[in-house]
Design a protein around this ligand. Structure first.
Ligand code: NGQ
Ligand code: ZN
Length: 457
């Protein structure tokens, strides 16, 4: 499996086991066409290039701010009484003020390699660092966006680039703060950036939040989205944001959005933490994906998304690394479940069918919801889908002796050593035997960047 043929023809792989819609199947032939799509999936097969392990669908990371990876751990000093999200945001603004385009590329490449090594196969990069530190435009207005694209290209991760429209400092057109000047674009410049990048990579649009765009700006962004591009927005992450939205509009943020935009399956609502029952049912009924970023939400003290009732309403979700304090989809899924066990003092709360595997349920839902949110034709091992595949080592101590869905329960719930051995993105192997082919060079560039940043902060 290490030596792909010249990719002129389809390749038939023979996986010892694979996670299909109906559960874990044995001896699965997976045919991958030269264009990276799966063309057939046959359990109980005998021929093919052997994949020694359990093949699971790769996960889409629905929400990343890549540059924040380099400040992981830098905002964990006790602040004044009532230390909170907004103070963290000031630390983050200070941090990003020193980042060069080269820094952002080095950080993103390292992040994406780490994400791949843990089982993410694609990423939606919610990209708002557009301008130079003084707020002026770079000579090439797409300079920063191209750095993200280059990092994704070097790592091999599937990218959905989400250029962000950011205009205001708060609801009702509050002026932006100096810390926000790297983010600001006019709607025209924004449309230009999206169209430029759309010629190079898959793009979606991202009005940052109802705090940072006015209703007119939101309309402008949706115009750029057209009928097909994904639309991502931060929403209702903090209770202060809900209160501010109520006093601005009389409605809670998610309700306002549902009332003023045609939220549908192209949308991904990031966080949506603070929602009432009507908002919860509104998101679920719209077909949109809730972009849950559990480790960041915990780190920032956001609050708890009502996952169980949302799933009972038929709601869809994906997982995101957001501030990148964690780069493991397993940690996201595990803590999605654990937080609600702590909250409800019950067990196995995100799956209600008796006997069903919690990990399998979370994985299937996050894979499907994540692919939907990125507009990526992936998220399951099935004909017609892109071959975004993750191979687990069943002999790894975390998994050895487990069978069927118990392998997935062991992966999600039994510790932090990583059994991911191989990763394929759109038909190309990008992680082999746990390693990335450019991992050392990417880590060295990241190390130089981190050392330089340490001198500046
Ligand atoms: C962001 N991150 O844009 O990076 C935000 C913080 C904001 C999260 N919300 C800034 N996790 O929301 O204003
Ligand atoms: Zn975010």
């Amino acid at each position: 499996m290490l030596n792909d043929p010249a990719r002129a023809a389809a390749t038939v792989y023979l996986a010892d086991a694979a996670v299909l819609g109906g559960g874990v199947a044995q001896n699965v032939a997976i045919t991958v066409a030269a264009d990276g799509h799966i063309t057939s999936v046959q359990p109980g097969a005998r021929e093919g290039a052997r994949i020694a392990g359990l093949v699971v669908p790769g996960l889409a990371n629905v929400h990343s701010h890549a540059f924040q990876r380099a400040m992981a751990g830098l905002a964990e000093r006790a602040g004044p009484e009532g230390d909170n999200f907004w103070r963290w945001r000031e630390v983050m603004y200070h941090f990003l003020s020193v980042l060069t385009p080269g820094d952002v590329q080095a950080i993103a490449a390292q992040l994406y390699v780490e994400c791949l090594r843990h089982g993410y196969t694609s990423v939606a990069e919610f990209h708002y660092l557009h301008n130079a530190p003084d707020g002026g435009a770079y000579a090439d207005p797409a300079e920063m966006a191209r750095r993200i694209a280059a990092a994704a290209q070097d790592s091999g991760i599937g990218l959905a680039l989400l250029p962000v429209l950011y205009r205001w400092g708060g609801f009702g057109g509050r002026p932006p703060s100096p810390g926000q000047r790297r983010f600001l674009l006019t709607p025209d410049a924004y449309a230009g950036l999206v169209e430029t990048m759309a010629r190079e990579v898959a793009v979606g649009v991202a009005p940052h939040s109802l705090r940072a765009v006015s209703p007119d700006d939101l309309r402008a962004a949706l115009q750029v989205a057209g009928p097909a591009r994904p639309v991502h927005i931060h929403i209702a992450e903090q209770t202060t944001e809900v209160a501010d939205c109520l006093s601005w509009s009389g409605a809670r943020p998610v309700q306002w959005l549902l009332d003023h935009a045609k939220v549908d399956a192209r949308w991904c609502l990031i966080h949506a933490t603070h929602i009432d029952a009507a908002e919860r049912q509104g998101i679920a009924g719209s077909g949109a994906v809730a972009g849950l970023c559990q480790t960041t939400e915990a780190n920032l003290g956001d609050g708890i998304f009502p996952l169980r009732p949302y799933l009972e309403d038929g709601g869809r979700f994906g997982v995101g690394t957001d501030s990148n304090v964690s780069t493991s989809p397993i940690e996201e899924l595990r803590w999605l479940e654990y937080v609600r066990r702590l909250e409800s003092r019950a067990r196995n709360v995100s799956e209600s069918r008796q006997g069903a595997s919690v990990a399998a349920s979370l994985l299937h839902r996050a894979a499907a919801g994540g692919a939907q949110a990125l507009g990526r034709n992936a998220g399951e091992i099935a004909p017609g889908r892109l071959a975004d595949l993750v191979v687990l080592d069943p002999a790894h101590p975390a998994l050895v002796g487990r069978r069927g869905d118990a392998l997935l329960d062991a992966w999600v719930f039994s510790g932090n050593s990583n059994p991911v051995r191989y990763v394929m993105v759109a038909g190309q192997w990008v992680i082999r035997d746990g390693l990335h082919p450019h991992g050392e060079a990417i880590a060295a560039a990241f190390g130089r960047c981190m050392t330089r940043l340490a001198d500046h902060l």
